[in-house]
Design a protein around this ligand. Structure first.
Ligand SMILES: C[S@@+](CC[C@H](N)C(=O)[O-])C[C@H]1O[C@@H](n2cnc3c(N)ncnc32)[C@H](O)[C@@H]1O
Length: 204
């Protein structure tokens, strides 16, 4: 039983195959409360160009479109399965207002100063070389653009980090310090029960 759960939840890191598809459906639904709360703190404006990194099954892309009229919303994910699901969930707006591609936070395939907002929901746990990825986010943001990180696992000795292979949980203050180190300014941490955290930084 424990090994089935481990196999299932390791699909959080990079969804693959049938279990990956099941996990994407589950995450689109289960991450709604954290995502809606975190996006509500981001002061999102109409007409923005937005990137969601680790977009998973694409529910956040849809939620972003609802919050920014006439937005252009980009999604990127390392998993082929996530990209397929995100495209399906956003089929109506695909390649008009929503653009999804496969790739990693380590090397974003976008030009400098492109985005007003970059979001990352429940994904920084899996990014290799997180400080390097934060530099990449900084590069693709416009000056004054914001980066919004949402996490609900904030304890590296939790059942989640035991269950999900390759997962590193960061404390919100630790993420804030990393944002500061990467050159973001006006960084702020918001908390909400049970263990939600949103960390926001502005590109100088
Ligand atoms: C726990 S899921 C969260 C998905 C989605 N953000 C949500 O809230 O439902 C983590 C996602 O991050 C993606 N991911 C992991 N490492 C990544 C990386 N280095 N670059 C981009 N995406 C990555 C995974 O493939 C997976 O789809």
């Amino acid at each position: 039983m424990a090994s089935i759960l481990k196999r299932l939840f390791t699909n959080c890191a990079c969804p693959k195959g049938r279990m990956g598809r099941a996990m994407l459906k589950f995450m689109n639904f289960c991450h709604a409360p954290l995502t809606n709360w975190g996006l509500g703190l981001a002061d999102i404006q109409d007409g923005w160009t937005i990137l969601d990194i680790g977009c998973g099954g694409g529910a956040t892309l849809k939620r972003l479109l609802e919050r920014s009229r006439d937005a252009q919303v980009y999604g990127i994910d390392i998993s082929e399965e996530s990209v397929a699901k995100a495209r399906k969930v956003n089929a109506k707006e695909l390649d008009k207002q929503v653009f999804v591609c496969q790739g990693s936070a380590e090397k974003l395939p976008y030009e400098d100063n492109k985005f007003d907002l970059v979001t990352a929901v429940e994904t920084v746990y899996f990014w290799p070389n997180l400080p390097g990825c934060l530099q990449e986010v900084n590069r693709v943001l416009k000056p004054g653009g914001r980066f919004v990180i949402m996490v609900e696992v904030v304890d590296n000795n939790s059942k989640w980090t035991d269950l999900v292979e390759g997962m590193t949980a960061y404390q919100p203050r630790e993420l804030q310090a990393m944002l500061n180190e990467a050159g973001f300014v006006h960084t702020v941490v918001y908390r909400k029960r049970p263990s939600y955290a949103t960390i926001i930084g502005i590109r100088k």
